[in-house]
Design a protein around this ligand. Structure first.
Ligand code: 7RM
Length: 655
């Protein structure tokens, strides 16, 4: 697909500056200082990152070489340095804040726990010793398939402590997906729980493990099982061991394994547009640095903050902003086990009130769902502790942004819209909230040391405002992915092939406005070409959700003889799903509406109504599934991670 002129017609010109109250306490609190920092990074890319790596990380052996590009497009950072990430997240805080709360946990049923840095240290060390007792050693892969409980983070840190490479598989994935990932990683151990609680039901994690292991996974020698939900599980003699038995009598300290900065910390599987999931491999030192600098710059975390990122540890956001980042900076992280609507749509706001959350980070899909539930829920709770809001995962439509700003943030809290990927390791484009004004729907400008650009098909930087192109990163950065596990050629082809190894290609389309603000238009393969006009699916979606009756919309292309691509919209409306003549009437109204909002070219050709959109539990709309449905083809892809399988029939127009 050529990308000469991705047209952008979505315009949003409101601009929001941080309040004086916010700025007066922020660590970077004006644009001039911030621009000076960015300029310094631009002038001396390596020196900038080297200085930060020295000041922010406790090295067991200091590095002398900052960046090695001799194997480009493979890059190594701080190569001869040695460290341990679990030491940096836990041990180094023990002296000054051993009794500080590291993790606040709330279960779906309302049970809560507070774990201090000292307790976390003990738990991690004992479990690390349990892993060692089962023969797990540096470099071995360990798969973690757990509910959102503190032990998931403990398991990750225990692996990191002994140099084992963890691969967390989201607890919502099926046994089949778990098996694929275990086999691809060649894991020796599996860490799971009897079950987790979500949406009022027990998720039978151990049963899924048994099913996966029954189908293959010959490399697994040990399965550690945490008792959490209390459901009955089968334990296989010689293979399965309860977490409590494995840790019983283990020493409360465990000398960290000092690893090279480039030592793989984890693999995390993520889907591409085609083929099997890719095991994204991250490093230790560079990755740690990314989580630390972004916790400081973007989240402006301070000593007394209560930081809540709602992501599951099965996704990159849960790695960088639950398990590692908040602890690396000695903060307090909140973890919540369950669904946002149990017992009702006020749960998130109640948690914010009860635990005095100060920084709240979630996904646009959650914001839209909670917005749809009405203002009464947030209005019932005291949200005055919150000082900063964040979003991640997809572009946020301006309507949801404004709701978040007004109803949750009470017009007091900046919103950090953070663009990044599993592959980038940490935030890449995001506002530094005390210094950068925000615009609803834009992730604003790149962070210091991040050479982000928008280029055309020939790879030339696009300077014309609002002209769309490919989002690329021109220079290596410390927290970038290192390769795809077991498929290095795919790493080169996917991320570097398009422009001859010149840039990292993110796979997103993007435009920059006249102020240099970045507006993500969607994945490259989500770009429509209608009669030669290139439209971001997100722009049509934003227009649709701006209509008062529309709660959510997803737009895909379907081949059309005349136009090239026709626009197919799946729409969730507020209130009951329209049918028959009522649906026809609304369809006409929405088509006219989009024509008015964007232009006749963007009018959806088909609109289909459903009670929900098909999403993975991380909130990503399953666009490939929607494309299949729009084409009227038979569904062959794996829909096991779908929240609600019943809606497939509605989407197909069959009920
Ligand atoms: C963190 C995460 C990555 C893809 C990425 C984008 C989309 C993420 C934003 C966004 C617009 C954002 N990792 N994306 N954040 N689009 N604005 N703030 O989600 O690997 O799972 O997904 O998500 O398309 O390429 S991910």
């Amino acid at each position: 697909m050529t990308q000469e002129n991705i047209e952008s017609i979505l315009t949003e010109d409101r601009i929001f500056a941080p309040s004086e109250a916010f700025r007066s306490k922020a660590r970077i609190n004006n644009r001039a200082d911030y621009d000076a920092l960015r300029a310094r990074a631009e002038k001396d890319h390596e020196g900038f990152w080297a200085e930060l790596a020295k000041s922010e990380i406790d090295w067991h052996k200091p590095f002398t070489k900052t960046l090695d590009s001799s194997r480009a497009p493979h890059f190594s950072w701080f190569t001869d340095g040695e460290l341990n990430i679990s030491y940096n997240c836990i041990d180094r805080h023990l002296k000054d804040k051993g009794d500080k709360t590291a993790i606040i946990f709330e279960g779906e049923k309302g049970d809560t726990r507070r774990i201090t840095y000292k307790e976390l240290h003990k738990n991690v060390c004992q479990f690390a010793n349990a892993l060692k007792a089962k023969g797990i050693k540096k470099g071995d892969r360990v798969v973690i398939y757990m509910p959102m409980v503190p032990e998931a983070a403990v398991a990750m840190h225990a692996c990191a402590r002994i140099g084992a490479v963890h691969s967390v598989v989201f607890g919502g994935f099926s046994a089949e997906s778990l098996k694929d990932r275990i086999e691809d990683a060649g894991a020796r151990a599996l860490i799971t729980a009897d079950g987790g609680t979500r949406g009022g039901k027990v998720v039978p994690l151990k049963a899924a493990c048994d099913e996966a292991l029954g189908k293959g996974c010959k490399t697994i020698e040990t399965v550690f099982v945490l008792k959490r939900a209390g459901n009955d599980v089968a334990m296989k003699n010689g293979r399965d061991i309860w977490w409590s038995d494995a840790t019983k009598g283990q020493a409360e300290t465990c000398e960290p394994e000092w690893v090279n900065s480039e030592h793989p910390l984890f693999l995390l599987y993520t889907s591409g547009s085609t083929g099997k999931p890719k095991g994204i491999q991250h490093s230790t030192g560079g990755y740690l640095l990314g989580t630390i600098v972004t916790m400081n710059w973007v989240f402006d975390i301070q000593e007394n903050d209560i930081y809540w990122c709602t992501a599951d540890v099965g996704w990159i956001t849960g790695h960088s902003y639950v398990a590692y980042g908040p602890l690396a900076v000695g903060g307090t992280a909140l973890m919540y086990e369950g669904a946002p609507v149990i017992p009702d749509a006020g749960r998130f706001w109640k948690i914010c009130q009860d635990h005095k959350v100060t920084i709240f980070y979630t996904a646009p899909t959650a914001i839209r769902a909670l917005m749809k539930a009405g203002d009464d829920y947030p209005n019932k709770y005291d949200l005055s502790s919150i000082r900063l809001l964040g979003t991640v995962g997809e572009p946020i439509n301006p309507e949801a942004w404004i709701w978040y700003h007004e109803v949750i943030g009470k017009e007091r809290c900046p919103i950090v819209d953070t663009w990044w990927q599993t592959e980038t390791g940490a935030n890449v484009i995001a506002p530094v909230p005390g210094a950068v004004d925000t615009k609803p729907g834009s992730c604003t400008i790149p962070l210091p040391g991040m050479a982000v650009d928008v280029v055309d098909d020939a790879g030339n930087s696009i300077s014309t405002p609002d002209r769309g192109g490919y989002l690329v990163i021109r220079k290596p950065w410390p927290f970038m992915l290192r390769t795809i596990w077991g498929d290095d050629q795919r790493y080169i082809d996917t991320y570097w092939g398009k422009f001859n190894n010149r840039y990292y290609v993110a796979g997103d389309s993007c435009r920059r406005d006249k102020d240099g603000y970045f507006w993500i238009m969607g994945r490259i393969d989500d770009v429509l070409n209608v009669s030669g006009h290139r439209l971001g699916t997100m722009e049509v979606e934003s227009a649709l959700v701006a209509h008062e009756r529309v709660a959510e919309a997803a737009v895909v292309g379907r081949p059309d003889d005349i136009k090239g691509e026709a626009i197919f919209a799946f729409v969730v409306i507020r209130g009951p799903r329209p049918q028959g003549s009522e649906a026809d009437k609304l369809t006409k109204e929405l088509r006219d509406w989009v024509a008015k909002e964007i232009g006749p070219i963007a009018k959806p050709d088909d609109i289909r109504y459903a009670d929900n959109l098909p999403k993975t539990r991380s909130g990503k709309i399953m666009r490939r599934l929607l494309r299949t449905i729009a084409k009227g083809e038979e569904i062959t892809q794996d829909i096991s991670t779908l929240e609600n399988e019943d809606i497939v029939k509605q989407l197909q127009g069959e009920m």
